[in-house]
Design a protein around this ligand. Structure first.
Ligand SMILES: Cc1cc2nc3c(=O)[nH]c(=O)nc-3n(C[C@H](O)[C@H](O)[C@H](O)COP(=O)(O)O)c2cc1C
Length: 221
């Protein structure tokens, strides 16, 4: 049968709806076997021309984490200037990473040169990064099913991150992820429960036959 059984279908949707970005972790170790399953899930993501442009750097060393955390902290402060008060103070009060607490940090990279001339990528070279994001989403959903939390940290300058992790200039660090057992899986995105931004109404984002602008302002209420 092509479609999944009802219980299997429910499980897939449960992983999708209950996946959260996690910033608060318990200190329990993440078993190697669990991490291997998550990496295998990522490695079974779709990719343009079956390019599989991703690689995974597993970081457990407190020293490396601490260098990345310093990088984050500098960037977090620098980004505060984009907001006026009271939003600036709100931004600075948000916990936006769990780099030190998470037992595992994982940098997912994309190598645009992998595979030479890649079928289907000539018109849209950026599909290599899109493919890498598909792998990341696979990992994120598999992690939810395992009871493991994942938090994506993008408040990092890439040249410095490359330097810390020894990533060559042509390879793109697409994601820096914090992985471990979460304190909780919150029901809502933290940015929603903190009043930062709400989920947009889906009907506003769907059009038929051609593009249409969203009818309502897509800004925070
Ligand atoms: C590309 C990308 C970058 C992100 N960067 C950060 C980040 O630096 N810090 C953070 O706290 N959350 C980050 N997030 C998580 C989003 O804030 C989160 O996905 C969103 O608020 C919805 O919440 P949910 O993932 O819990 O459903 C990132 C998510 C994505 C997809």
């Amino acid at each position: 049968m092509a479609a999944f059984q009802e219980a299997e279908r429910q499980a897939v949707y449960r992983a999708i709806f209950e996946r959260r970005d996690i910033r608060r972790f318990r200190t329990d170790r993440l078993d190697d076997e669990v991490l291997e399953r998550l990496l295998l899930a990522a490695h079974h993501g779709p990719s343009v021309g079956f390019m599989q442009p991703w690689s995974f750097i597993v970081v457990r060393s407190p020293e490396v984490k601490s260098r990345v955390k310093d990088l984050f902290e500098r960037e977090r402060q620098a980004a505060a200037c984009f907001y006026d008060e009271p939003r600036r103070s709100k931004y600075l009060s948000l916990k936006l990473e769990g780099i030190s607490e998470a037992p595992v940090n994982l940098c997912v990279t994309c190598d645009p040169q992998r595979g030479g001339v890649v079928l289907g990528r000539n018109s849209q070279p950026e599909t290599d990064v899109y493919s890498t994001c598909c792998a990341i989403q696979n990992l994120w959903l598999a992690a939810r099913a395992e009871g493991v939390g994942v938090g994506w940290v993008s408040i990092l300058k890439l040249p410095q991150l490359r330097d810390i992790l020894g990533i060559p200039p042509h390879v793109i660090p697409v994601a820096y992820l914090c992985i471990g057992y979460p304190e909780t899986f919150p029901e809502q995105p933290m940015l929603e429960s903190e009043g930062w931004r709400r989920r947009l109404p889906l009907p506003d984002l769907v059009s038929y036959e051609r593009w249409a602008p969203p009818p309502r302002e897509a800004e925070p209420s």
